[in-house]
Design a protein around this ligand. Structure first.
Ligand code: SF4
Ligand code: SF4
Length: 333
C-alpha cells in the first residue's frame, strides 16, 4: 500500500509516534555524521543522512547488556528489557541487515532478549543519500521488502509512504487526517527519485562465484599485505550491521552472593575471539582473522550474503583497508 505524507506534516506525524514508545532518529552528532539518538526536539532530526557510524543493530543487540542476575539463594533471574521504541529514518541496507540478524536470533533458537526488542520496536525506513562507499545494489540490499512498519520515500514536497506491517497500517489509520492518497504524478516522481538514488550508487562489487574465489584464495598475498597494515582493532566488526558475534561474561560481586551474566559485542578481528578452553587459539594470526572476516561476510545463507554493502567497514577502518578493493584484487588475480 502506498500513501503520501507532506513534509510539512512530518513533525505532527512524528509526535503521534510517541504513543508507541521513545523515538530515536538520526541526529547530527559530530563532523563525521549522524547517530541514532533519542529525539527530544524534532528540529534535530536529519533524515537526509548518508550513514551512521554505529548501525541500528545497537537497539536489538546491545553493545553490553545484562542477561541474568544471579543470587546465591534465589538462583538466576532473566532480565528482559521490554521498553518500547520507535526507530525513525532507518535505511534499506540496515533494515536488510536486521532481517539477517533475525535468522540468527529468531529462527531455530529464539533469543528472548532480541525477540522482545524486535516486537517492541517500530521501524520507519527512509530513502538514503548514497555516497562513493555504498555498494548495496551489488548485495541486493538497496531496497527493503520486509522488516519495517512504514517506509518514507522522499519526493519533492512529500514522502511516498510504503506500508510494511499491520502496525504500520495502524499508524497510517491514526494519522488519516494528514495521510493522503498519492496521485499518478506523485508515483511518477517517486519512480524518478528512486532511479536517481540508485544511479548514485556507482560502486560495484561482482559477487558472482565469490565464495569459490575466496576458497581458492587462501594463500593469496593480498591477505598478508592487508594483515600487515591492519591494527587488529575490531572496528570493522563493531560498525558492521550484520556482525553478531558476542561474548558472555560473569561478574561476581565481592560478597560472592550476587552477580550478573552480561553479553557484550565481540569481534573476530581480536586475538582472544578464537581462544578456547585449554589455551588453543584456532585463528592465532591476524592474517587468518582477516581472511576469515572476508569469508564470513561473503558467505551465503538462504541466498543472501552476510554483507549489505553499507560501506561502513571501509569508511571507519583506521588502516584504510578498502573492503571492495580487496575483494576486487582477489577476483582479478
Ligand atoms: S577496522 Fe581495519 S584496522 Fe581495524 S581490525 Fe578492521 S581491518 Fe583491521
Ligand atoms: S562487511 Fe562492511 S560493507 Fe558489508 S555490511 Fe559489514 S560493514 Fe557494511
Amino acid at each position: 500500500m502506498y500513501k503520501k505524507l507532506f513534509k510539512e506534516d512530518l513533525e505532527q506525524f512524528t509526535s503521534t509516534l510517541k504513543q508507541f514508545g521513545s523515538i530515536y532518529g538520526p541526529v547530527k552528532k559530530t563532523s563525521r555524521g549522524c547517530e541514532f539518538t533519542e529525539l527530544t526536539d524534532f528540529k534535530d532530526l536529519q533524515l537526509n543522512y548518508t550513514r551512521t557510524m554505529i548501525p541500528p543493530k545497537k537497539f536489538f543487540l546491545k553493545p553490553k547488556e545484562p542477561l541474568y542476575s544471579l543470587n546465591k539463594d534465589a538462583g538466576f533471574k532473566e532480565i528482559i528489557d521490554d521498553s518500547k521504541t520507535v526507530l525513525l529514518g532507518v535505511h534499506s541496507c540496515d533494515i536488510n541487515a536486521l532481517n539477517l540478524l533475525d535468522r540468527v536470533y529468531l529462527n531455530q533458537f529464539p533469543d528472548l532478549h532480541y525477540k522482545t526488542r524486535r516486537e517492541n520496536t517500530i521501524i520507519i525506513g527512509v530513502s538514503c543519500e548514497p555516497d562513493d562507499y555504498c555498494f548495496c545494489t551489488s548485495t541486493g540490499s538497496s531496497h527493503a521488502l520486509k522488516g519495517f512498519d512504514l517506509f518514507l520515500h522522499e519526493i519533492s514536497d512529500s514522502y511516498i509512504v510504503r506500508v510494511g506491517s499491520m502496525k504500520g497500517f495502524q499508524i497510517i489509520t491514526q494519522n488519516k487526517h494528514i495521510i493522503k492518497n498519492p496521485s499518478l504524478t506523485d508515483i511518477k516522481e517517486f519512480k524518478e527519485y528512486e532511479a536517481e538514488r540508485l544511479s548514485k550508487i556507482t560502486l560495484n562489487l561482482n559477487v558472482n562465484g565469490i565464495q569459490d574465489i575466496l576458497d581458492l584464495s587462501f594463500d593469496h598475498a593480498v591477505w598478508q599485505e592487508n594483515a600487515d597494515i591492519c591494527f587488529g582493532c575490531g572496528s570493522c566488526n563493531l560498525v558492521c550491521p550484520t556482525c553478531r558475534c558476542y561474548d558472555v561474561i560473569d561478574y561476581l560481586k565481592l560478597d560472592l552472593k550476587n552477580g550478573l551474566k552480561v553479553r557484550r559485542w565481540d569481534s573476530c578481528m581480536l586475538k582472544q575471539h578464537a581462544l578456547v578452553a585449554g589455551g588453543l587459539n584456532f585463528r592465532p594470526t591476524r592474517v587468518e582473522r582477516l581472511y576469515n572476516r572476508f569469508n564470513c561476510k561473503m558467505s551465503c545463507s538462504e541466498d543472501s550474503l552476510n554483507c549489505v554493502g553499507c560501506g561502513r567497514c571501509t569508511v571507519y577502518c583506521p588502516a584504510d583497508i578498502n573492503f571492495v578493493e580487496v575483494l576486487k584484487q582477489v577476483r582479478e588475480d
